[in-house]
Design a protein around this ligand. Structure first.
Ligand SMILES: [Zn+2]
Length: 507
């Protein structure tokens, strides 16, 4: 609900009908009642536990019925990262509820395009889970309460879920933080003026605002005499009538002044997560807003968010190192590719992204795996690809941990023909720890000038053993590789007739 473009702000400043980006949450009487119940709990002496609170969240990744257009996994992980940075100072951490599945995916064009429609609600109800905060990520929502502008997200108390545009699902906008504020009963500071801002018309400036908001509640006064009963019912969020005029990013324009009903000039808090002011460098919740979150979390309505066991996993601090393919490496056209990387401490999952351009967008493929490798096929011939791997767990998906992006090129690299004279070429043990490596194979014809060599993934020869001519029969050769450091290698049998290769992991 932050207006993100300064040019848009200027449009509004000059009194034109602007294209605004808004929140679609409508606070009804039940929501107001919930604020009041939470305030009573605060007044009775709510005690915030001193430990972190862990809140399970279920992201629903909705595609159109043909399975297309779904938000990307990496955007959802970025969103988790964003939430945990934004709520860290409140000692709240969100985590992916992954007891059955990491994300819920379903394909339904009405939910994707019009999540407030009856058909969408029916389907979304069938998909919601009862042990986490439900966040549905969609392609389109429509207009805001005033009938103008683009709605970026909303919370609905009757369904108790949040809907957000997939385009707002990222590491930098605060739309979901704002909607989570609503989820925990916080209203807009300009509650009551959503559909009809006061101060956005020239003749509204410099004259006292009406005593009641367009939706019928009390207009909040600057002197705080009615702050507990007016608008968002909080006293540390100053009067705000949604008159979105700016003198600069994050700066409300105060000339001509917007006046409260008794003539005092209002000074809205622009950098509040729940306001509509855009382009602030950072946002905050006030202490009373934080108390509402704590109180709502402690209420019976939120029992389902307290599963009893909050498994706080450790953070991921190490950047992932890829092993294969290495940057710039050529891989054989038409062959499956086993992508391989080093285990990262505390990672439970890895997100692999492979695409045909450096920005990882063209023909992007994404996979989430729990092992530290994945074998994929059907790559184009003679094509350059780029890939990254991102370690994460249900609690942490830091951007810093993503591997350096590297490239590989599919190509025709078996110019040396495979050794068809060899059967049953085996190496063991593999992975190899401290023992010698045994290489065995059967030659069906005589081989000339045979050698066995071990190379790293770039082709650098680490060890070479000359064998000479080999007659037909079963061969067993032992290699001492104790000095080889841990990693991934190729063991190659080379002769004048051709080459055979096996991949080796040294622990
Ligand atoms: Zn809102």
């Amino acid at each position: 609900m932050k207006i993100k473009l300064y040019s848009l702000v200027l449009l509004l400043f000059f009194g034109l009908q602007g294209y605004s980006q808004e929140c679609g949450t409508i606070f009804g009487q039940e929501d107001i009642d919930r604020i009041e119940r939470n305030k009573i709990r605060i007044a009775e002496g709510l005690v915030k536990s001193r430990a972190f609170t862990y809140i399970p969240v279920k992201f629903h990744l909705i595609a159109t019925t043909d399975g297309e257009n779904r938000v990307s996994y990496s955007d959802v992980l970025d969103q988790l990262n964003n939430l945990n940075r934004s709520f860290h100072h409140q000692e709240i951490q969100f985590y992916l509820e992954d007891s059955e599945e990491l994300f819920n995916e379903f394909d339904h064009t009405p939910s994707y395009n019009d999540p407030r429609s009856g058909g969408a609600n029916f389907r979304m109800n069938s998909q919601r889970v009862n042990n986490a905060m439900n966040v549905f990520l969609v392609g389109n929502i429509g207009t805001g309460p005033g009938g103008i502008g683009q709605t970026l997200g909303y919370y609905t108390g009757s369904n108790d879920w949040i809907v957000q545009l997939k385009s707002e699902t990222n590491d930098f906008t605060s739309t979901l933080v704002h909607e989570i504020g609503h989820f925990f009963s916080i209203g807009h500071p300009h509650l009551g003026w959503e559909s009809d801002p006061f101060g956005d018309q020239t003749d509204e400036r410099g004259v006292p605002a009406p005593s009641f908001t367009p939706s019928g509640g009390l207009t909040e006064r600057v002197d705080r005499s009615n702050c507990g009963q007016a608008q968002d019912r909080l006293c540390d969020t100053p009067a705000d009538y949604n008159g979105i005029w700016f003198s600069g990013p994050c700066v409300p324009l105060n000339m001509p002044a917007i006046l409260d009903p008794v003539g005092d000039t209002i000074h809205p808090q622009a950098n509040n997560y729940m306001s509509y002011f855009g382009s602030c460098s950072s946002y905050v919740f006030t202490d009373e807003q934080k108390d509402l979150i704590t109180s709502d979390l402690a209420s019976p309505r939120r029992n389902y968010l307290r599963p009893g066991l909050a498994p706080p996993l450790d953070s991921i601090v190490d950047q992932l190192q890829t092993s294969y393919p290495q940057d710039g490496q050529k891989v054989q056209n038409g062959e499956p590719i086993t992508f391989d990387w080093e285990d990262v401490p505390n990672a439970k999952y890895y997100l692999i992204k492979i695409a045909e351009n450096r920005s990882l967008r063209r023909n992007l493929q994404q996979y989430i795996v729990e092992e530290s490798q994945i074998t994929l096929e059907d790559f184009k011939n003679d094509q350059t690809y780029y890939w990254t791997a991102r370690p994460f767990n249900s609690h942490f998906a830091p951007l810093e941990a993503i591997s350096v992006r590297s490239s590989f090129i599919t190509d025709d690299i078996t110019s040396i023909r495979d050794l068809e004279e060899i059967k049953a070429f085996e190496i063991f043990p593999n992975p190899l720890l401290h023992t010698d490596l045994e290489v065995s194979f059967i030659t069906t014809q005589i081989l000339h000038d045979a050698q066995i060599q071990v190379t790293d993934l770039t082709g650098k020869i680490m060890i070479r053993s000359t064998i000479g001519d080999l007659t037909a029969g079963t061969q067993n050769i032992s290699l001492k590789l104790q000095d080889l450091s841990g990693g991934h290698y190729f063991v190659q049998l080379i002769s004048a007739e051709g080459i055979l290769s096996r991949k080796l992991i040294k622990l």
